[in-house]
Design a protein around this ligand. Structure first.
Ligand code: UN1
Length: 507
């Protein structure tokens, strides 16, 4: 008799304890490369769980904010060391729940390690300013203060890196956290919290709960005791987050869609551009906000580029990300695969030329997963939906262009503004593109993906709402300025009014 495999049941982490949801219900986390593999059951949390988590974070904030930042940093440093030791296991589990290939999940964990070390260093910085006062015997300075309880709502495409971008700067600044990971990748979020817990984070400082956006995300964003919401996901949901935060004036940081482009000029190294467009377009199965989903190539090199690009895409090995020879994994779930298939139909109906791929893979080794061929549409018009809308899958639209001005117009002619790239050997063209591409990130002779943790990350237009993640920009978001004046003159001095015997312009 076959023995039934009992799935591992995971819990929420609230106020320093692993607890079941008040709902008593759970949802499944399955491997997108093989849906027969049940990775675990995770709590389908409710509003009551949200209240408990926010209460815990609010209570913990009273003491955590007073822990000296260099001491908070020691905990982060220890967490980074644990992540280093467990990198391989964490990466394997991430590939199992999310599908991207092992080399990339290792990179995802590495990005979390980088961010954790980097923010640990910020424990001894978080610099403010000291500056002269306009009045004698008066001292002026600015210091950073924490904000309170922060909520993080994170996506499935970078299940550990993106939570680390939010958690680590929040913690080093002295805030406490309620974290809701994506329901497709709760295990990596769970692992990150477990590591922080082992590193010695006091109870209640980070709380994690899993469940539906409507049941967990909504009440979290609206809770009166939550001061800040950081969200990464689609522009549609981001708009909703922004609206939910507005009545309470919660600080709100949104990292949303992209329609990132590679420009290939006629003087480019075409082989290098093909390499870049393969990695940028099909790395992470095209499921990055920064993915190269458009290429515009100068007419002089257009045919050469498209032929080589299509040939390389057709040769990519699609499969289970745990297999070392796989170059592209599955889509994360059935609905994402359906979106990809819908856009392939849209592209065909719009009259674009299918240069590579275009089909779901579903026989043999693909039978139990959400696989799709790497797909390239050529001869696209920049106004086509496949060249305008975010697909978030392995589909790239290639558009011919006449010159740099035309390329820049195509590049900027979308509602998003995350990342853009130019391949050229002409320094003048490179600098013009660096100036005129209206995006948050620009690459020269490199694809649109691969941002590093110590520089600002984010985008313009409908990609973001003006904030940036990572780098020092993250410290700016997770702290507030407090300006402090100390008057040691022992008398009333009135700014802008008393000149105290000093000559002053305008007196
Ligand atoms: C994302 O796609 O949401 O720049 C994040 C990159 C990665 C992060 C991407 N470091 O491609």
């Amino acid at each position: 008799m076959a023995t039934a495999v009992i799935p591992k049941v995971y819990k929420n982490y609230i106020n320093g304890e692993w607890v079941e949801s008040r709902s008593g219900k759970a949802f499944e986390n399955r491997n997108p490369a093989n849906t027969d593999e049940l990775i675990g059951m995770f709590p389908a949390s409710t509003e009551e769980d949200v209240y408990a988590a926010v209460d815990a974070a609010k209570e913990a904030y009273k003491t955590w904010r007073l822990v000296p930042a260099p001491k908070r940093a020691e905990i982060l440093f220890r967490a980074a060391e644990i992540l280093v030791k467990r990198k391989e296991d964490l990466a394997r589990d991430m590939t199992r729940e999310m599908g991207k290939i092992l080399a990339e999940t290792r990179g995802d964990v590495q990005e979390a390690i980088d961010m954790t070390y980097y923010m640990a260093g910020e424990g001894r910085r978080q610099f403010g300013q000291t500056t002269p006062s306009e009045l004698p015997n008066k001292f002026a300075m600015s210091v950073r203060q924490p904000i309170g309880v922060c909520t993080m709502i994170t996506p499935w495409n970078f299940p550990m890196a993106i939570p680390s971008w939010k958690l680590m700067p929040a913690l080093i600044c002295g805030n406490t956290v309620v974290f809701k990971p994506a329901s497709d990748t709760p295990l990596s979020g769970y692992h990150l919290v477990q590591v922080l817990n082992e590193a010695g984070l006091p109870r209640g400082v980070v709380n994690i709960l899993t469940g539906a956006g409507s049941k967990v995300g909504n009440p979290l964003m609206k809770h009166a005791d939550v001061s800040l919401v950081s969200f990464t996901g689609s522009t549609d949901i981001g708009r909703h987050v922004s609206e939910a935060c507005a009545p309470g004036f919660k600080h709100c940081q949104l990292e949303m869609g992209g329609k990132n482009i590679i420009i290939v000029m006629d003087d480019a190294n075409v082989d290098l551009a093909v390499d870049g467009a393969i990695w940028g377009g099909f790395g992470t199965t095209g499921q990055r906000c920064t993915a190269t989903s458009r290429v515009t190539a100068h007419r002089k090199v257009y045919k050469e580029f498209v032929d080589r690009y299509a040939a390389r895409a057709r040769a990519l090995k699609v499969g289970d990300g745990l297999d070392a020879s796989t170059e592209m994994g599955p889509c994360v779930n059935e609905s994402q695969l359906q979106t990809v298939m819908d856009y392939v139909n849209i592209g065909i109906n719009e009259g674009a030329r299918l240069a590579a791929g275009g089909h779901r893979l579903e026989s043999g080794p693909y039978a139990r997963g959400w696989f799709h061929e790497p797909t390239i549409f050529a001869d696209c018009d920049p106004k086509m939906r496949i060249a305008q809308e975010e697909i978030f899958g392995p589909v790239v639209s290639v558009i011919p262009c006449d010159n740099l001005e035309n390329a820049l117009e195509i590049a900027n002619g979308v509602v998003y503004g995350l990342s853009a790239s130019i391949y050229t050997r002409d320094v003048n063209k490179a600098f013009q593109a660096m100036r005129d591409l209206y995006t948050g990130i620009v690459y020269v002779n490199a694809p649109t993906i691969g941002a590093e943790t110590h520089l600002p990350f984010g985008g313009t237009k409908q990609t973001g709402n003006g904030h940036r993640e990572a780098g020092i920009a993250a410290i700016d978001f997770y702290s507030e300025w407090k300006t402090i004046y100390v008057d040691f003159s022992d008398k009333l001095q009135r700014a802008q009014i008393d000149t105290s015997g000093f000559a002053r312009l305008g007196d």
